[in-house]
Ligand binder design. Sequence first.
Ligand code: GDP
Length: 301
Amino acid sequence: MWQQLIQQLQHGNIKALARAISLVENGVEGYEELLVQLPNTSTAIIGITGAPGAGKSTLVDALAGEYVQAGKKAGIICVDPSSPFSMGAVLGDRVRMSSWYSHPQVYIRSLATRGSLGGLTPAIIEITDVIKAAGFDIIIIETVGVGQSEVEIAGLADATVVVMVPEGGDEVQTMKAGLMEIADIFVVNKADRPGADILVKNLHLMLAPAFKNKAHAIPIVKTAALQKQGVPELFEKIETYIACLQSSSKKYNLLAERAYQLIQQKRMRNVNKTMLLDAIQKQYNTSFNLYRFVEEWGQQK
Ligand code: GDP
């Protein structure tokens, strides 16, 4: 049923790619059939995360330029936090990346996070696999560093880049818990501002104990994304990191993580809180037992 679409995808047909992504995003009937026919590829996924305003979009824009220059094709996914009230994207399409919108080597797609604020859209794993099938050399996923999204991204990305900016001098002390653990590469952006060297130094100091147990030191790259400074260095560090990955077991860990997420997603597909509330209201009596209820619910599915 999907052979033709997959063939078009593999030939890099952008319209076919947009169509395939929409099918997956909207869960159109039979889309799972499309997924099971996708070819295996070795496209790496780069996650870029950091606080709002750190310069992630500007950085991704500049990084796309490096990939284009290297003759590579880059797929970019911008994950926008949607408001839990309106369910719409708060930030909308990132204007700063508009220069790449119709470039043959770059494909940009914005995704709203749906549901939990900051959480990655449930379909993101499937969508990255569709983009992979369309002959992209790299996929860059940009997420806003709110909620759990940065930790989630680390579970999906082959390399996670954490973007920080010099602000008042105590960035390292106030760094959100968990960020240090997930970073494969640190970027100190807005290096044109005062304090960048101090932040780099503090990051080095903070990371020093962790280096002892790691095969490689975590690179810290200073950039001024707006001026495109330091971006070639970041590109080099990312490429080196990815090259090392091919021979490490992280690949299998990431696949296991994705499988875990997909299984969880599949099991939850027909469950929502309104249905649970309805069922509980109907069944509730003085001998109601939550565990029996959950067990019976599971058997019904
Ligand atoms: P995001 O929210 O992390 O995606 O950040 P943006 O890319 O939207 O950047 C936020 C603001 O910082 C924008 O006004 C950018 O022009 C600016 N910006 C980005 N990179 C730099 C930089 O290296 N130096 C300076 N001074 N400003 C930057």
